[in-house]
Design a protein around this ligand. Structure first.
Ligand code: ARG
Length: 288
């Protein structure tokens, strides 16, 4: 019998893709010769926001800034744990100015913001998972930033090395299915500490793969096909998994584990190397 999963309502922050474009290439998905259909992007993005709201989640918006085409990828602007905001210092000079409007927004909302000393791309590479934070490095966020994150939050940070340029951010190779809080029911994951995850092992160095196997013996394993379809750039609320419709194999496996896949098509954003999770920043106010 499959377990029945329990949702926890979330607070998300997003940024409308009014100025979305591919004007530079900083990952293998991006090609400046391939135009973006902004009207289509706006429709897809609106459908994501509507879907979150229809499932009971709160969605706040940060105003987009002309000339910052990647601002739609709000996940990269910070990581928020227990109401504390650790901002971003982008790797690419083109993205560095994005920190300013996002940090200003957090301050207006009453949060204190820590601006990092080392290159660090928010939830793109820093994935809070119950009692620890999974942290990616290899392409963007540095190990020095992982240390800074651990020092700032006082939460153990588990460094994982990414090796495939198509999966340059941790959130393109792994997502948290449930955070192990189990507060509203039997949603707790393996060992009741770091929740449970889905991931694509091929995106990680051999040592990091072994770390994930030890921490998550119960993980849902994705194929390269699932990962290339942005299936791991998903958002789970503990029950519903907002997932790219092309990641059919992964969606079926998740359904087999009792999750409810909710397909949301963000294919226009794949041209910039982003998907559902990249467009979604989560504000975690309380201790899990
Ligand atoms: N074009 C953006 C970049 O390369 C895409 C960011 C996608 N965001 C994410 N969380 N993976 O930085």
């Amino acid at each position: 019998m499959t377990e029945s999963r329990v949702q926890r309502r979330r607070r998300f922050v997003v940024c409308e893709p009014r100025h979305f474009a591919v004007q530079y290439a900083i990952n293998p998905w991006m090609s400046t010769g391939r135009p973006v259909d902004v009207i289509r992007a706006l429709d897809q993005w609106q459908a994501l926001v509507d879907t979150y709201r229809a499932h009971g989640h709160t969605v706040d918006t940060v105003a987009p800034v002309p000339g910052l085409p990647d601002m739609v990828f709000a996940a990269n602007c910070a990581v928020v744990v227990e109401g504390r905001v650790f901002g971003s210092l982008f790797h690419a000079p083109e993205r560095r100015p994005e920190s300013v409007p996002f940090e200003a927004w957090f301050k207006t909302e009453g949060f204190e913001v820590h601006h990092p000393e080392s290159v660090c791309e928010g939830e793109g590479d820093l994935v809070p998972a119950g009692r620890w934070i999974l942290a990616g490095t290899g392409f963007r966020t540095t190990r020095a930033a992982h240390r800074e994150v651990q020092e700032f939050f006082g939460v153990p940070v588990i460094s994982l090395t990414l090796v495939d340029p198509y999966f340059y951010h941790l959130d393109t190779a792994l997502f948290v299915l449930d955070d192990g809080t189990g507060g509203e029911g039997r949603s707790g994951g393996s060992a009741g500490s770091g929740g449970n995850i889905a991931y694509y092992p091929g995106a990680f160095s051999p040592g990091s793969r072994e770390v994930l196997e030890r921490l998550y013996p119960d993980a849902v394993i994705a194929t390269r096909e699932d990962a290339l379809a942005f299936g791991l750039n998903s958002v789970s609320d503990g029950r519903h998994v907002f997932i790219a419709p092309e990641a059919r194999g992964l969606a079926d496996r998740l359904a087999g584990r009792g999750y409810v896949p909710v397909p949301v098509d963000l294919s226009e954003f794949h041209k910039a190397g982003g998907g559902i999770k990249c467009c979604t920043q989560e504000i975690r106010e309380t201790r899990s």
